[in-house]
Every structure is written in structure tokens, then in C-alpha cells.
Design a protein around this ligand. Structure first.
Ligand code: PAF
Length: 280
């Protein structure tokens, strides 16, 4: 695996390649990321990964400074897996040359709800960096995890809007044996919090079961799940059932008609904010 830090070196490595499969990451790689690399390997050749902790998608009170930066370990993991041909690990100056103010603004109805409501500016940061990374790597396919469900939708939407020649391939959320979705932020959890954390996924499963059983009072189902999380010490940002196609709230008739839905949640356990979702 070649590790490159500049766009010029990246271009040299990828010259003439037409079937590039790309996995953008912020590093601190875990098995979830490695599963994305494996999927990329099935969809194209060569596989390119990137590691870049993107300041633009962190709010002023978020964890940009303490976000784990583990480049040497990440390189070792990718080398052991042997699926990635080039790792692109640029610095800030390389991706955000000064002076610059260009931003990609997702549409409000998709970018300002759910995560966007609680993390203003987050999706502008994501789409801006993903467009830059796509323009550096020029992938034919890019793999994104479903754990960041809204991000996946917004990136796919951006590709359509800008007619980018990149197909977005989703990967199922990778979970620990107890159901907790793998995330670099899980490492912030204390032992007690780690034992508590799988409750989030259990509750999403309960929401899905109730809907599968034919209950149609979505507000009540959401309320019950939120109440249980709060009673267990979580601070809930949202736990909400939405339509899969556009993340809008479903009407009663749509729930009864079993339109494809997804339940999405974000909640804080201590100081750690976890997100998860489940398709219904
Ligand atoms: O999902 C992530 O790790 C990041 O949001 C991404 C897509 C790498 C952009 O910084």
C-alpha cells in the first residue's frame, strides 16, 4: 500500500485508472471501516482510502481536538488487510488551500433536520470535504456506511445534483456482538457506559417490532422509546421514524400502507454522543 499526502502524488499513483473504488474516513479505523474497504474491493480496482479529520464538520463545542488520530495504527491495519492500494492522508493546507471560502450547501429539507438540527454546519462540512475528496480521487464508486444514514443520503443526493460520475454504494452497519454500532467515538465510553450503550439499538429494534406488528401510532412509539432512554440516563437529541426515501415524517396512511421507513436516533451517554438507525 502506498501512503501519499499530496494531491499531486495521489494523481501520479492513479493516472489512467478508470475503476477506482473509494472509502473516505476520518481514521481511527475499526472493523466497520475494514468492512467498507472489503466492499470497495468487490466494486472496483484499485481501492483508495482517505484519512482526514475534517475540521469543517465539527461544531465549536465538539470533539475536533480530541478526535483520535492514529495514523500509524491505521496504516498497519490497512496493510494487514491488504485491500487498499493507495491511502491518501492529506493535511489541512492540501485540502483547504488558503484563501478559500467555497462550501457545498445541502438542501435545507435534508441538511437541516435530524443530525443537521443538532449539529448546525455538519453536513456543509461533510459535503464540502467529500466533493473535494471525490475531485482528488475521481472514483467510479465510493462506499459509505449506513450508520451515518443521513450522510449517505446527502452524499448520494449531491452526486446526482452535480452529475458526479461516482456511484455511492451503501454498507450495512457493522455491530459488536451486543448490537452496539461500531464507531470511533465508542472509545470515549466508560466501562459502565459501554455496558449501557447497546440499549440504543435494542430500542430501535423494539420500534421496528411494534411497527411490524401493525401499530401505527408513531408518535406514541417514539415517545415510549425516548422515555426509556431518558429513564436510563441518556440525553436524547432525537429518536424519530422517517420515510426512507426523503427522511420526512410518514403520514398515518403511509405507516399503515407499510411504506419503507427508517428509525433514526442520536443520544448522549455521559459526554459521548451516539447515533444509530434501523430500516423498517
Ligand atoms: O463518515 C465520515 O467518517 C466522515 O463524515 C467523512 C465521510 C469521511 C467525511 O469527513
Amino acid at each position: 500500500m502506498k501512503v501519499v499526502h499530496t494531491v499531486e502524488e495521489l494523481r501520479d499513483q492513479l493516472r489512467g485508472q478508470l475503476r477506482i473504488a473509494f472509502v473516505p474516513t476520518m481514521g481511527n479505523l475499526h472493523d466497520g471501516h475494514l468492512a467498507l474497504m472489503a466492499m470497495a474491493h468487490q466494486h472496483g480496482d484499485p481501492v483508495v482510502a482517505s484519512i482526514f479529520v475534517n475540521r469543517l464538520q465539527f461544531g465549536p463545542n465538539e470533539d475536533f481536538d480530541k478526535y483520535p488520530r492514529t495514523l500509524a495504527d491505521d496504516i498497519a491495519k490497512l496493510q494487514a488487510q491488504n485491500k487498499v492500494y493507495v491511502l491518501f492522508a492529506p493535511n489541512e493546507q492540501e485540502l483547504y488551500p488558503e484563501p478559500q471560502n467555497y462550501r457545498v450547501q445541502p438542501p435545507q429539507d435534508l441538511g437541516d433536520i435530524l443530525e443537521g438540527e443538532f449539529r448546525p454546519g455538519f453536513f456543509v462540512g461533510v459535503t464540502t470535504v467529500v466533493l473535494k475528496l471525490f475531485s482528488c480521487v475521481q472514483p467510479r464508486v465510493a462506499v459509505f456506511g449506513k450508520k451515518d444514514y443521513q450522510q449517505l443520503m446527502i452524499v448520494r443526493n449531491m452526486c446526482r445534483q452535480f452529475a458526479l460520475p461516482t456511484e455511492i454504494v451503501p454498507h450495512e452497519t457493522v455491530r459488536d456482538a451486543d448490537g452496539l454500532a461500531l464507531s470511533s467515538r465508542n472509545r470515549y465510553l466508560s466501562e459502565a457506559e459501554r455496558r449501557e450503550a447497546p440499549r440504543l439499538y435494542r430500542l430501535l429494534q423494539q420500534v421496528r417490532e411494534r411497527l411490524h406488528r401493525g401499530e401505527a401510532d408513531v408518535a406514541r412509539i417514539e415517545h415510549d422509546a425516548q422515555r426509556e432512554l431518558t429513564a436510563a440516563g441518556w440525553k436524547v437529541d432525537y429518536l424519530s421514524v422517517r420515510r426512507q426515501r426523503d427522511l420526512k415524517a410518514p403520514t398515518h396512511d403511509e405507516v399503515v400502507a407499510r411504506l419503507p421507513l427508517v428509525v433514526l436516533a442520536a443520544a448522549k451517554l455521559g459526554t459521548t454522543r451516539l447515533i444509530d438507525n434501523l430500516e423498517i
